[in-house]
Design a protein around this ligand. Structure first.
Ligand code: PPS
Length: 571
């Protein structure tokens, strides 16, 4: 196939020139506005800068249906992932077709105006099955869709005012037009793109070098710095790793650029989407490995997507793409040869070495050696900063249980013990206290409870990020919200869910605040356990029951857990 730059066809750039932008900003003052979520913001950026060409806005219903069902826009163009703007019922009910909406950055600037062409309520479970091939909520993309999406979708064309500003690594960010120009200026006729959401080690270097040689192409390292998988290494640390790895490539033929993409982790469909995006960035080739854009294993330990299925899907659509698939196998280290090789090319009987991500993290946390064949000293040093020994990481102990179960008392004892041990600042976010300060205006509807728990989660995640200990003790009756909070925190440090399983009868008999009596008399509505549900945790890290043990014993049980996990040195 003959490929001449720029690749990828016409770019659909949606940002207007400065004068029109000013005009649009003035118009926006009088329009209803929508504050974009982070996911929506990342989508908007790639819509506005042309990375999602040929899309000219958020999808309308016809495109959405067609993409979900058959991976094509309604005009037949190949496009595998829905790009939609989800909004709340109340906001949607104030809009009609033809209305214009100002789309705002979370910090308040108007970035674009959407002219609404479609307003509809999607079948989210069906979307999950069609796009992800599953409605299993242990898939992070499915969880985000089913638990975090708002119920109404808006579609329509966009008029861009400005691209979202970036204060981090501006020199490493390029629009598709900028990258195409850069390739052209450097005389890079062929460019092979490498997608990643993980730090890079020697195997990646070997794989990308081979891919570039095979495609006779220059190399674009194009890591995702938008939304990746919960628990991934944060992108600041990753970028420092990429910069270190870059020193091991030939300078003239390799470029690092950051992609602000909100990944869906939709396996094969996502791989195809990644290829189309790189085509828009002007690349001629795209590397797809064994488990491209995979979220890992499901609740039964089975992979969500079989190995190599992403390569198969791209191969099947190769004739429709202007970017060429470079399929790669897993690389392994052949010890006797002192060399990385694709697994199938390793000599029979050779001792093959590899190190899983889980094993690497274990070694980093335990301060153990990482072999030189696996990575570079600079990368390991950087990762050691991200994965300090557990005894120096922040963590959150999140109590959940009925009112009167004993959460606050056990939490207080635990706090006292941790303070006695010293070493980290400890903050207690008790249910009642939070409701006096942080959530003083909230009631007990599902909406208000969820908001309350998310606020607690946000504060706890900040504490955990900064290496402190957060102890939270709300009722937190809903499973999905607890999981959301777990995800928020787990990216910064361990999340320990403690289920205080004291039975309802015991809590009610105690009735220390007289609230159960009031709830039974109908004087308080939506009381947990009486006329509002409590969803029992499925896999709490620790369970205690204050009808079976004293608060001291319960706190001690938690301390033993923390010690076993290496989070504290002595209980
Ligand atoms: S939630 O569901 O997690 O947001 O609840 P939380 O913030 O922990 O607040 C629970 C405390 O508020 C008192 N209270 C109620 N609890 C449950 N349902 C209703 N309707 C209600 N109204 C007031 C109650 O004292 C809870 O405190 P604890 O310490 O759990 O007994």
């Amino acid at each position: 196939m003959k490929l001449t730059p720029p690749h990828g066809g016409l770019l659909q750039e949606l940002v207007r020139d400065a004068a029109q932008g000013e005009q649009l900003k003035q118009e926006a003052i009088y329009l209803p506005s929508w504050d974009l979520s982070w996911r929506q913001l990342w989508d908007l950026e790639l819509l506005l800068n042309g990375a999602f060409s040929p899309l000219a806005g958020f999808m309308g219903q016809a495109d959405y249906d067609s993409v979900c069902q058959g991976m094509r826009l309604s005009d037949g163009t190949l496009w595998p992932i829905p790009i939609t703007l989800d909004v709340g019922e109340e906001f949607a009910s104030s809009l009609s077709q033809g209305d214009r909406v100002a789309l705002r950055h979370p910090e308040g600037m108007v970035l674009a105006i959407l002219t609404v062409s479609d307003i509809w309520r999607p079948e989210l479970a069906q979307e999950a099955e069609q796009v992800y091939g599953t409605s299993d909520q242990s898939h992070p993309g499915v969880f985000g869709l089913l638990q975090q999406s708002r119920p109404v979708y808006l579609g329509g064309r966009l008029e861009g005012i400005e691209l979202p500003p970036h204060h981090t690594y501006p020199q490493l960010r390029h629009t598709p037009a900028e990258l195409r120009r850069l390739f052209s200026k450097r005389g890079w006729g062929r460019v092979v793109a490498f997608q990643t959401r993980n730090p890079m080690h020697r195997a990646h270097l070997e794989l990308t070098r081979r891919a570039a040689a095979q495609a006779e192409a220059n190399l674009l390292l194009h890591p995702v710095v938008g939304r990746t998988k919960p628990g991934d290494v944060d992108y600041f640390a990753r970028v420092r790793c990429y910069q270190a790895v870059l020193q091991h490539y030939p300078q003239q033929t390799t470029l690092l650029s950051l992609l602000p993409l909100a990944m869906r982790l939709a396996g094969p469909r996502e791989a195809l989407w990644h290829a189309i995006i790189r085509q828009n960035y002007g690349c001629s080739h795209f590397i797809v490995g064994r488990d491209h854009a995979s979220p890992g294993k499901d609740g039964n330990g089975q992979p969500f997507y079989p190995p190599y299925v992403a390569q198969e899907l791209l191969q099947a659509h190769q004739s429709e793409l202007a970017i060429v698939l470079v399929a790669f196998e897993e690389m392994v280290y052949a010890e006797e040869r002192g060399q990385y090789l694709p697994r199938s090319q390793a000599p029979a009987g050779a001792r093959l070495l590899s190190l899983s991500g889980t094993e690497l993290r274990r070694r980093l946390r335990a301060g153990l050696d990482v072999p030189a064949w696996f990575s570079y000293p600079e990368v390991i040093a950087e990762l050691r900063r991200s994965y300090p020994p557990r005894a120096r990481q922040g963590f959150t102990v999140f109590f959940t249980g009925l009112s009167g179960a004993g959460k606050s008392t056990v939490a207080q004892v635990l706090m006292a013990k941790l303070m006695e041990l010293g070493g980290r600042p400890v903050t207690l976010l008790d249910g009642d206290i939070v409701r006096k300060h942080l959530s003083s205006e909230l009631g007990f509807s599902k909406h208000d409870r969820d908001l309350n728990i998310r606020r607690i989660g946000f504060v706890a995640s900040e504490i955990t990020k900064n290496r402190g200990v957060a102890i939270c003790a709300p009722i937190a009756p809903y499973r999905a919200t607890r999981r959301e909070v777990r995800q928020m925190i787990a990216q910064y440090g361990p999340f320990i869910e403690v289920y205080v399983a004291t039975p309802l009868e015991v809590c009610e008999a105690r009735d220390r605040k007289g609230l159960y009596a009031k709830a039974r008399a109908g004087l308080i509505k939506e009381f947990t356990g009486i006329d509002d549900p409590y969803q029992v945790p499925e896999k709490p890290e620790v369970t205690v029951d204050s009808s079976q043990m004293s608060s001291e014993e319960a706190a001690h049980r938690i301390l033993l857990y923390l010690e076993r996990e290496g989070l504290i040195n002595s209980a």
